[in-house]
Design a protein around this ligand. Structure first.
Ligand code: UT7
Length: 333
């Protein structure tokens, strides 16, 4: 019997309609379009403004589109893994809520929190259930509603983040397409530089924590930037070396969209020109777990069966990693 690999057989994204431009940010904090563009590459980001809507609503939109596109009934889904740092609520998990919203009544689901590396961790975890033959249809979601945890008076963070969701279908393949290798890492000492202070068991929510604005993302940008440049480039080079891939063999780099300068450094290290690097940071900003599936969605029409693709991310935790996959289908162009 041929060995199963875990192949992505469809991808779909969702971003909310509201566009928060650099120009609008100029009216909110002391910043300017030139600074934001040159330091990050971001021009605009999407914000979920609809009353009563949350992370699960963006994810459910992406999953509904994915089911339609892949001709899948919701009750065929075995498992939903939702990578997010902005769950709808502390309990229940967003994966369960999404399953309910899309009618995936035979699926179980759980959330996975690894900040910006969440999609890679979830994809790697899901692929093991496929490779072992345990499940046949798994949906991996990367989604974040960063606007719910961003302080729009803090210019060092509010210019970076946006809201969005991406989802992929993972199925067994017997021809060798799909996930080939993964290198996943973490270093908890990095939490000092990127965290949300309150709202967890260490510092539960109180009037004091709210007044001190401790429920928002804190980021000390420079150390995070340095660690991101080094680790994302290192891990991407490592996965190429481990799989005997030269830069000519790599069709696409799909980098986490945190900062265009970090993306450029990673591509340079891998020997890739910008024509082989997926980029949508200019229009969505950093959607945390959403960036990689949103890139795959945006570039799906340019992907061909057999393309060697390297996914790479770095984020809070610290967490980082790289996945090598062989694209499994030709899109209807
Ligand atoms: O996705 C999760 C992982 N996160 C990341 O990978 C993010 C990594 N970090 C970064 O991308 C960058 O560090 C930032 C984009 C966050 C900041 O860029 P930077 O080039 O590291 O800027 P900086 O923090 O060193 O600040 C440079 C200057 C400072 O002014 P002085 O001290 O030189 O006078 C800041 O006060 O820019 C100032 N500044 C701003 N100016 C205009 C900081 N934020 C802004 C702003 N607009 N929004």
């Amino acid at each position: 019997m041929k060995k199963n690999t875990a192949a992505i057989t469809g991808v779909q994204g969702y971003v909310p309609d509201y566009i928060l431009t650099n120009q609008e940010l100029e009216t909110m904090v002391d910043t300017n379009d030139e600074w934001i563009t040159s330091r990050t590459g971001i021009k605009e980001r999407r914000i979920l403004k609809a009353e009563g809507k949350a992370t699960s609503d963006m994810a459910a939109e992406a999953v509904r589109g994915l089911l339609e596109k892949t001709n899948t009934n919701a009750d065929e889904i075995d498992l939903i893994i939702c990578a997010t740092s902005t769950p709808d609520m502390m309990v229940a998990s967003t994966a369960c809520i999404v399953g309910d919203k899309v009618g995936a009544k035979n699926a179980f689901g759980y959330d996975l929190m690894a900040a910006c590396s969440g999609f890679l961790y979830a994809l790697s975890t899901g692929s093991k259930f496929i490779e072992t033959g345990t499940y046949k249809k798994i949906i991996i979601i990367g989604v974040d509603m960063m606007s719910s945890i961003i302080d729009y008076t803090d210019r060092s963070t509010c210019i970076i983040f946006g809201d969005g969701a991406g989802a992929v279908m993972l199925e067994p393949d017997t021809e060798g397409y799909g996930v080939q290798d993964a290198i996943l890492k973490s270093d908890g000492s990095g939490r000092e530089y990127l965290h949300i202070k309150a709202g967890g068991s260490l510092s539960p929510s109180t009037h004091k924590t709210v007044d001190a604005r401790e429920h928002y993302v804190f980021q000390d940008g420079q150390p995070v930037f340095k660690a991101a440049v080094k680790n994302m480039a290192d891990v991407s080079a490592e996965i190429m070396e481990r799989n005997c891939l030269t830069s000519d063999d790599v069709s696409w780099l799909v980098p986490h969209q945190a900062n265009k300068r970090i993306i450029n450094a990673t591509a340079k290290r891998m020997g890739l020109g910008e024509e082989r690097v997926m980029l949508n940071i200019q229009k969505y900003g950093n959607t945390t777990a959403g960036t990689i599936p949103l890139c795959l969605w945006d570039y799906e029409n340019q992907l061909n069966k057999g393309d060697n693709i390297i996914l790479a991310a770095f984020g809070g935790g610290f967490t980082w990693g790289s996945i090598y996959l062989k694209w499994a289908y030709n899109s209807k162009k």
